[in-house]
Design a protein around this ligand. Sequence first.
Ligand SMILES: Nc1ncnc2c1ncn2[C@@H]1O[C@H](COP(=O)(O)OP(=O)(O)OP(=O)(O)O)[C@@H](O)[C@H]1O
Ligand SMILES: [Mg+2]
Length: 250
Amino acid sequence: MSEPPVVADGLTKVFRTRRREVRAVDSVSFSCNAGEIFGLLGPNGAGKTTTLRMLATILTPTAGRAMIAGFDTRTDPERVRERIGFLATETGLYDRFTARETLRFFGRINGMAEERIEGEIERILDLLSLEKLADRRVGTFSTGERQKLSLARSIIHDPPVLILDEPTFGLDVMAARTVVQTIRLFREEKRTIVVSTHIMTVAEKLCDRIGILYRGRLHALGTTAELLDRFGGQDLEEAFFAAVGTEETA
Ligand SMILES: Nc1ncnc2c1ncn2[C@@H]1O[C@H](COP(=O)(O)OP(=O)(O)OP(=O)(O)O)[C@@H](O)[C@H]1O
Ligand SMILES: [Mg+2]
């Protein structure tokens, strides 16, 4: 067996500001199996974005390491970047571009050949049912449509691994549902997906396995059923509070 497509091994990030030290991520270890959706579930400030940024080579770990498709993010960042699609919470879309122009632009940024770009664009527009939006300017899109395009953008170079930070952030239940369905489509295409969320129902519905992150530490890891079994409670929210051992974030 080859090694898992995503591995975090003792991943740690300490931010040093003038006044204090913030241990944003503290010795976090997990690995994602090929083709699974792995969720990092935690409240504001838990360390989700910091963890995902380390996986995506945007931040260098203070300690520990991250491996993507067998490549170390620290020593092989280029190879890692070729193999990941990263969705940040702030969408980097240009209002003056159409959807098609957006995908073309990001294909070029990723160094793809022109013919391949055009082929991938057609495939993705079809896969995500974006044809109607293809030639409209992004500035006229709804929040949900923008997010769908951001997701499309993240797979333009056909990466085997996707790293998605709060993909349903700011979306109503309808748009969030569309995003969840889109991410499931990506799983059907055999991509491995790491996704962060603070929304229990999104984690429960979307993720094959969930890591509970709180104050920089991974408190528990398993399927929803395993977490309920281990920590008790009627739903993931109750299991979450039992796992982190506090009521203070309620
Ligand atoms: N560049 C930075 N400098 C100093 N502290 C930082 C920096 N980035 C993040 N932090 C701190 O690290 C901790 C974790 O932040 P992070 O953004 O990873 O959390 P999060 O789980 O993504 O939260 P949210 O749900 O609000 O997005 C927080 O206490 C935050 O203030
Ligand atoms: Mg965040």
